[in-house]
Write a protein that binds this ligand. Structure first.
Ligand code: ASP
Ligand code: MG
Length: 475
């Protein structure tokens, strides 16, 4: 039997209608074993964090706690009959958790805001929402169990952005989750809190903002390692159909990417597709666990969704993204060629000033080196270089505002694709001022003048991104 790990975000938990859709989904996947990972209700994590950071303001705290209570009560009252045990259980749970939250606030007042308090406080959102979800399923006669992920996911001590310790996590999964999954008698639906874990000594940790997707992938990986059944998939229910080939602000008719390889997806996620964090892919890539991104409002959709797996259509460009506001800095010297350590010096200056470099190009003549930094860092970067004697004495330093177009997919490894891209750009007089693609890198970065960004991106999209309807995937 397939094991499906599904993640429901806050927008899937907002009212009776949304919970009804979760019930529909449960029916659609009735023949699979299911684990549901839930995020906090919408906006709750933000309120919790605000509260942790402002414990001195008593009025604000009372207001926030009242708001958290109200948002949950509204849902509880909407989805349960008041004379049922599910209603009472959920209300009791809410009271209990709010009083634990208040105790923690008193501790922060006394001891100061240690990092672990922030994680502990922000974990309440998932602890509340997931319990309510599990009660909802029970109320619909679906055998369900609530598990807080801090009994399953063991992490390092990196509060706010913890990393799972897989060996320890696997042992927990083996003891607590696998027996439930492998029990042939019952098909218990397991509801696990997103976003949270615990470190070795037992303090609650969190996996970074938006971390519930990550929870789903961590669980999938550990289940894969510990369960005899390897037929596992992940579904992230979102309010969009999946990953788009380009941000619709550039091209309104942007296409849905129906299939991608893990490495392609990592590139896309790194280039700012907010829909998915690259960490999620890192967790499942080696085990080739497929991950689907689906629209919560279209659970029966057969074609319009994104699947990330080891199969991809290699004939498609998978994504185009842009860095709109950047500058390219070029350092030039006729005399200082073949001197070891120049690049090291450049990056050292940038590193010391906490400036990230997003693009580097140097020809083998070594006469000039170009690199790109974000627009907001431009002044700092130029000043820092000029104030280094080595550069001010021996080099010319030029700079110019630019945009970068990134074109991603296995397809960019072909020469033919590159020639198509440049032909397309030439047609519209978009001059490419710099190029970067390292060996085997599935991304081609092109520097263009800022005012040519829209033209450039549109022409590449129109000429190279065919309708992504066909699905000729290969490994
Ligand atoms: N509730 C957490 C957040 O808002 C985690 C999540 O939503 O995935 O960041
Ligand atoms: Mg959220």
């Amino acid at each position: 039997m397939t094991i499906v790990i599904m993640k429901f975000g806050g927008s899937c938990l907002q009212n009776n209608e949304a919970f009804g859709k979760i019930l529909d989904i449960t029916n659609i996947y009735k023949d699979s074993k299911k684990i549901y990972v839930a995020s906090a209700l919408q906006g709750i994590t933000d309120i919790l964090l605000k509260t942790a950071h402002n414990v001195v303001d008593k009025k604000e705290i009372d207001k926030n706690i009242a708001l958290i209570e109200k948002k949950h009560l509204d849902v509880i009252e909407e989805i349960f009959n008041q004379d049922t045990e599910y209603y009472t259980n959920s209300k009791d749970w809410l009271d209990k958790k709010l009083s634990e939250l208040e105790d923690c606030i008193v501790d922060i007042e006394e001891f100061g805001l240690e990092p672990y308090y922030i994680d502990y406080i922000s974990s309440f959102g998932e602890i509340l929402s997931t319990y309510i979800l599990s009660q909802y399923l029970e109320s619909k006669k679906i055998n369900s169990i609530f598990i807080s992920a801090n009994s399953l996911i063991i992490t390092n001590d990196n509060f706010n952005n913890a990393y799972p310790l897989y060996e320890l996590t696997n042992a927990r999964i083996k003891n607590h989750l696998v027996p439930l999954l492998e029990n042939p008698k019952e098909n218990t639906l397991i509801c696990v809190t997103g976003f949270i874990g615990r470190n070795k000594i037992g303090y609650t940790t969190t996996l970074g903002r938006g971390g519930s997707d990550y929870t789903a992938t961590i669980l999938a990986r550990s289940i894969y390692d510990e369960c005899a059944d390897k037929d596992i998939k992940i579904i992230l229910w979102k309010d969009v159909d999946g990953l788009l080939s380009i941000n619709p602000k550039y091209v309104s008719e942007s296409f849905l990417i129906r299939n991608l390889d893990y490495i392609e997806a990592k590139q896309i996620a790194n280039f700012g597709a907010k829909v998915l964090h690259p960490k999620c892919l890192e967790a499942i890539e080696e085990r080739k666990i497929p991950l689907e991104i689906r629209n919560f409002n279209k659970p029966l959709e057969k074609e319009k969704f994104t699947i990330i797996s080891n199969k991809t259509n290699k004939d498609q460009i998978k994504g185009i993204s842009a860095i709109e506001d950047a500058i390219v800095i070029t350092i030039i010297s006729g005399s200082m060629v073949d001197i070891p350590g120049v690049l090291g010096k450049i990056f050292d200056v940038m590193g010391k000033n906490k400036i990230s470099v997003s693009f580097v190009a140097q020809s083998s003549s070594e006469i000039s080196t170009s690199f790109v930094v974000n627009g907001e860092d431009s002044e700092k970067a130029i000043k820092a270089l000029k104030s280094e004697e080595f550069f001010s004495e021996f080099y010319h330093i030029n700079w110019e505002p630019v945009s970068i177009i990134n074109i991603t997919g296995l397809k960019v490894l072909d020469n033919k694709t590159k020639s198509d891209i440049f032909n397309a750009l030439a047609k519209k007089n978009v001059n490419v001022k710099g190029i970067s693609q390292s060996n085997d890198e599935l991304n081609l970065s092109l520097l263009v003048k800022k005012e040519k960004l829209m033209d450039g991106i549109n022409i590449v999209h129109d000429d190279l991104c065919e309708e992504f309807e066909n699905n000729n995937c290969t490994n």
